[in-house]
Design a protein around this ligand. Structure first.
Ligand code: PGD
Length: 777
């Protein structure tokens, strides 16, 4: 270890750093391709966007709790910690928190939304979401939670229904090693953008995707990247790039499946042994059930990839050891369940799944640690206690939940009812970054009695809160870095003195728990250090049982990264392939369900289908809004985090996000590089800087998510985010009533050169500006 540099971890990489008023960061020497996002860290410690005082919204203070549409526009009163904690505790008590919760029957937590979705930071003890959940379980007996993630909801739900828990287990297959060594053809739906693989929840100490792809290429592996954006796949020698209309992959896959079926290339032995329902699906493919054969020509008319090329790739896949990879991007869209299900069916038709390097993966192009071998020892995690409320929403239904109390909706083949929420508690997430249709989210955030948010910086979410508690950042506290499939436990010693006025989430909750009389339950009498020692013990003991000699916690924290053993047990899917009767999948049939009776019984198509809808270029709505916006993951930051950092700012122009579009589209609009474009639809608009780029197909425009939401009422244009946050125009309709996932990746928009005055981008520290923070008199 280099002297003075101490290890630490972020979701996007392990690093070594030291601080002497400036943070010096150097990447982990065993990381073959460290992420550029590490460069953002130096801006974190004393950034002007940091919060250093509790803040209470003036309207809430003066008028008391209650629905209020001034959230987002009001000013704030700065408070000392004791006074702010007293105030928050009084409100939590009013809403039912305390030591004397009913043993049975309705609990006050039934009116508290504590899902608090968000990635927060990498340490496993100071994991903000786990801390909120533990606190709400202690104080309210539970809370209304969320299920699934913004990353993957449509795909996770459909695979759960037709593939069982295999999804979770397939993440434990060492795909990267198999691809490097064995795969002959990698068909990547959604490409395999390495920028997405920079991060993994909890940390990513070794970025191995690039080297694995290059090793495969050197061996002669061929690649097919299917994405409307050409640079969604590495520049390697044997890459065929297909650029379908966004959102039409399922049609393309059906065209391929038709060829396999029609030409007798589908592997009947695999289909008979491991799947159910192929005959019904084949009737759909041939048109026997609906009169429309799903020929390559039919598919080509929808996806705009030549029919011959669709047929050729299908045939090539049968001659090579083929891996079908489907990325998260495909399912963050209307009917996003279908391409994921169809990708699985396509791999089943090829029938090579039991072979190393062949088969199906989901999220290989989306999350850094997917495709790495699983660990042989358990990792530290904070116990969250028991949530006795038992109610939840699919994660992206947050606006509906708040706007439509007691309303009904469908999710995962059930009809459910929204709770009536009075308190929203959020820590470690930024819904005004991650949710869609932000104007609607503003209306939703006007509804609860009280909103409490912890963050280290003044985000648009804090701007809509009633009580804001300033949190420390991970560099300012001791913690343990650990992530599923990551082969190192990383000590995260405090590197930077905590910002004066900020506190750890744990300490904030502990102080509230004391005031509410539930401290025993929440802290169990332990300090942060006691907890970390205890959490580490689980991993230490498991290592010792295996015959290793792991250091004590104190030596670990003061020392270096700790290598963890990986497991070599066969994956769940390998067990199923070895013995489908003895190790069945947990689907009703025990097999891969190409046709699912329970999905059909719930009123949906029982097998994967192409479904027309109103957010793609072939729809009627495209006549009004002729461009397809792809709002995807950024290259220079993780989501909205550290957007003020060097790598993130380097990709903007004058602090504003850049929109890429095809040069011919740019000339048709009269736009040249550097012009300010207005991108809009009926939900709102944003400004961005034009960057013509041949990497995009015509009529597709692309902007990364994560610019901090700064809505301004522009004359002649209405509410417009001047920083370029695309979620002001995206739709918050769920993927479908099956998965109710975030469908924010693809949206129809209009684009024009903005002829009006161009307001400057709003700096990060001006999102919750000092000018509206008043000292209490
Ligand atoms: P982050 O920017 O990571 O976004 O949504 P998510 O809410 O996770 O927000 C984390 C927040 O936590 C930041 O404000 C950060 O400052 C704060 N934070 C960090 N550490 C701490 C801490 O220790 N304590 C506290 N209290 N706060 C902390 C991400 C979500 O966005 C995801 S996962 C995806 S995949 C979605 N992607 C898309 C998309 O592709 N397209 C669109 N249109 N929209 C998306 N939104 C989703």
């Amino acid at each position: 270890m280099t002297k003075d540099l101490r290890p630490h971890s972020a979701h996007w990489g392990t690093f070594r750093a030291c601080y002497d008023g400036t943070l010096k960061v150097t990447p982990f020497e065993l990381d073959p391709e460290p992420s550029e996002i590490l460069e953002n860290l130096t801006a974190a410690p004393r950034n002007p966007a940091r919060l250093d005082r509790p803040l209470v919204r003036r309207g809430w203070l003066e008028n008391g709790p209650g629905p209020d549409d001034r959230r987002g526009r009001d000013d704030y009163v700065e408070m000392g910690w004791d006074e702010a904690l007293d105030l928050a505790a009084r409100e939590l008590r009013r809403l039912g928190a305390g030591p004397d919760l009913p043993k049975s029957g309705p609990l006050p937590g039934a009116h508290v939304f504590g899902g608090s979705y968000g990635w927060s930071s990498a340490g496993r003890f100071h994991h903000a979401q786990s801390q909120v959940h533990r606190f709400l379980n202690s104080a309210f007996g539970g809370y209304v939670a969320h299920v699934d993630t913004y990353s993957s909801a449509a795909g996770a739900v459909i695979l759960d229904l037709v593939w069982g828990n295999t999804l979770k287990m397939s993440r434990q297959t060492p795909f990267w090693q198999e691809i490097a060594e064995e795969t002959e053809l990698l068909v990547a739906f959604g490409g395999l953008p390495l920028r997405n693989l920079a991060a993994s929840p909890g940390g990513n100490s070794q970025h191995i995707a690039g080297p694995s792809l290059r090793q495969a290429a050197d061996r002669g592996c061929e690649f097919v990247s299917i994405s409307p954006i050409f640079d969604d796949f590495e520049a390697l020698p044997q890459v065929t790039r297909l650029a379908p209309r966004p959102g039409t992959d399922v049609a393309l896959m059906l065209g391929m499946a038709y060829v396999l079926h029609d030409e007798g290339l589908a592997d009947r032995a695999y289909l008979d042994r491991y799947t159910t329902g192929y005959a019904t699906f084949a009737d759909y493919l041939t048109g026997a059930s609906d009169g429309q054969p799903k020929t390559p020509a039919w598919a080509a008319a929808i996806c705009d990839v030549p029919a011959e090329q669709i047929a050729e790739i299908a045939r090539l896949a049968t001659r090579k050891r083929t891996h079908i990879a489907v990325s998260y991007a495909l399912q963050r869209a209307r009917h996003g369940e279908q391409p994921v299900w169809m990708g699985l069916v396509l791999a089943a038709m090829l029938g090579q799944y039991p072979l190393r390097g062949a088969g199906f993966s989901y999220s290989l192009g989306s999350i850094g640690n997917t495709g790495k071998p699983p660990l042989a020892v358990p990792l530290p995690t904070l116990p969250q206690g028991t949530n006795r409320v038992g109610d939840y929403i699919p994660v992206a239904r947050i606006s509906e939940l708040l706007l439509n109390p007691k309303g009904t909706y469908q999710y995962k083949l059930e009809t459910r009812r929204y709770a009536d929420i009075r308190l929203v508690y959020w820590a470690g997430g930024n819904p005004f970054h991650h949710h869609q249709d932000l104007s609607r989210l503003r209306q939703a955030f006007a509804r609860p009695d009280t909103i409490i948010v912890h963050d280290s910086v003044g985000t648009a979410t804090t701007r809509h809160a009633d009580i804001i508690f300033p949190a420390t950042i991970s560099l300012e506290r001791d913690d343990i870095g650990a992530a599923g499939n990551d082969p190192f436990l990383v000590p995260m010693p405090q590197l930077v003195p905590p910002l004066d006025g900020a506190r750890d989430d744990y300490d904030i909750f502990a102080a509230l728990a004391v005031r509410l009389g539930v401290a025993d339950h929440y802290t169990e009498g332990r300090s942060s250090a006691d907890w970390q020692r205890d959490l580490y013990e689980r991993t230490r003991e498991a290592l010792e049982t295996r015959g290793d000699t792991p250091p004590s916690f104190d030596n670990f924290l003061a020392g270096d990264v700790l290598p963890l053993p990986v497991s070599d047990s066969p994956s769940r899917i390998a067990q199923f392939h070895a013995d489908p009767e003895g190790a069945p999948l947990d689907t009703p049939s025990g097999r891969i369900e190409i046709f699912s009776q329970r999905i059909a019984d719930a009123g949906f198509a029982g097998h994967p289908v192409w479904i027309d809808h109103d957010e793609w270029l072939g729809s009627d709505r495209a006549k009004a809004h002729p461009f397809q916006l792809v709002a995807n993951q950024p290259r220079g930051r993780l989501h909205s985090q550290l957007d003020f950092g060097k790598a993130s700012m380097a990709r903007k122009v004058d602090g504003r996000e850049v929109l890429r579009l095809h040069p011919e589209d740019a000339s048709a609009l009269g736009a040249k590089a550097g012009d300010i474009l207005r991108v809009w639809n009926e939900r709102g608009g944003f400004l961005a800087v034009a960057q013509p780029d041949t990497a995009l197909r015509r009529h597709v425009v692309q902007i990364p998510t994560g610019a901090w939401y700064a809505p301004v009422d522009l004359p002649g244009a209405g509410l417009t985010c001047v920083n370029g946050n695309p979620n002001i125009v995206t739709s918050d309709a769920g993927s479908s009533a099956i998965g109710q996932g975030c469908a924010g990746q693809l949206t129809l928009v209009s684009v024009e050169v903005w002829a009006g005055d161009v307001p400057p981008a709003v700096s990060h520290h001006e999102i919750l500006p000092k000018s509206i923070r008043n000292l209490q008199t």
